[in-house]
Ligand binder design. Sequence first.
Ligand SMILES: O=c1ccn([C@@H]2O[C@H](COP(=O)(O)OP(=O)(O)O[C@H]3O[C@H](CO)[C@@H](O)[C@H](O)[C@H]3O)[C@@H](O)[C@H]2O)c(=O)[nH]1
Length: 478
Amino acid sequence: MINIQFPITSKDTEMETTSTKVSVWQRHVAVLAFPFASHPPVLLSLVQKLASAAPTVVFSFFNTGKSNRALFSELSCDNIRPYDVSEGIPEDYVFAGKPQEHINLFLAVAEEEFRRGVKVAEEDIGLRIGCLVVSAFIWFSSQMAEELNIPWVSFWSAGACSLSAHFYTDLIREKGAELKGNSLAPDNEVDDLIPGLSKIRLGDLPGGVLFGHLDSPFSTMLHNMGRTLDKATVVLVNSFQGLDIDLTKNLSSKFKSLLNIGPFHLICKQKPSSKYDEFSCTSWLDNQKPRSVAYISFGTIGRLLPDELVALAETLEETKTPFLWSLNKDSMKLLPDGFLERTTANGFGKVVSWAPQVQVLEHIAISVFLTHGGWKSVSESIGAGVPMICRPVFGDQQMNTWMVERVWGIGVRIEGGKFTKDGTRCALEHILPLDESLKKMKERIEALKELAQEAVGPNGSSNKNFRTLVDVVSGATL
Ligand SMILES: O=c1ccn([C@@H]2O[C@H](COP(=O)(O)OP(=O)(O)O[C@H]3O[C@H](CO)[C@@H](O)[C@H](O)[C@H]3O)[C@@H](O)[C@H]2O)c(=O)[nH]1
């Protein structure tokens, strides 16, 4: 069921006659979001940039009501119209607490919901859809674009490495079937498994590619996505020229068009919202020594196991490492007794439920980022030149960690893959300001930062790619 709480109808953009609606918009673009984690805000920031570059195009943004309410509470833009689609939760449904339950429910109704929603928006705006811009996860919308004979733009908010793993899932599984015994162990590092990547540890492939629940709705969605990407008019990647040269070259030869339009937070820089630093993180950082503070965050959905959380907290306290920790409220309850009071009173620690991460990473006081290796966190850290200690949790995070540690040499994986007191102490020692390995990581990440800055400069590759995207979306080219 479509539950339209919006759009915000503007009288001067749409004229009603007695029999028909006549739109003054030149083109209507439907945007289909994957309504979980940080996916909707990222897609919306792309749409905001497109909407300002193409003011005669109107964008219908389809997303669940809950997510739309959060996104549009402070945003009102004449040519972006939010439309709510159902979360797919049947009435009287009792959650069983299974992983990805919300996602599975949504996926079961998503295609029908988006199709119905597009019809409503067409009627409402008075203009047929001329282009689809979708989260890459919404792979089934390629069929809608084909039926309507319109461009289909697929947005992958992560990096080329994980995109390749999904694009080459069939090939990886074929090669995996040839590996026997120990060769198929997660710790085995295999050469040339993925075109464009010289080596990968099998256990670092995204879950559901070779190991895990290969037939779960989420794995099936990613598998289908990989099989459909070559139909896209354009595949957008949140990366930049020079970061993954061979992977990008290979994928570009397989797709109709691949456009790197990242790092996304630099290309789509936005005015911070009024609550962007409600816990005064930046002013707290202003009072810390340069390159002294560890910033800690595990993204929008990642959670540490309770024993890891305690091990990390105790090690920070014992080593007196200054830290700024973005931690959800439920996890705060798991911190050791008195930890918050002691670290706050001593002035070397701050725990908040949300930090303005991009600004925090760019602050001179930050020395290292303890992260789950979510792609946006990795690219924001590169954009700020801050080395990482990674504790990947799921999805592409293992593979991103492989790239950070083994390919780019700009961070380390936490020993044993989990926070223990010894492993955390060891990792924190590596990133002390005078440590040789930190200096090398810092040099390498500064070089990548420079490439990223070039790419987003006025004549940089990501900016040029963005202009190409505007042409596709606004109908100037196909
Ligand atoms: O206190 C906080 C915590 C997070 N963030 C922002 O939230 C985003 C987090 O994104 P990301 O690092 O990509 O993690 P997830 O939200 O977990 O992202 C999901 O989507 C990514 C692809 O877009 C995948 O790489 C991840 O594995 C998947 O979990 C970043 O932009 C952060 O700047 C803040 O601004 N403040």
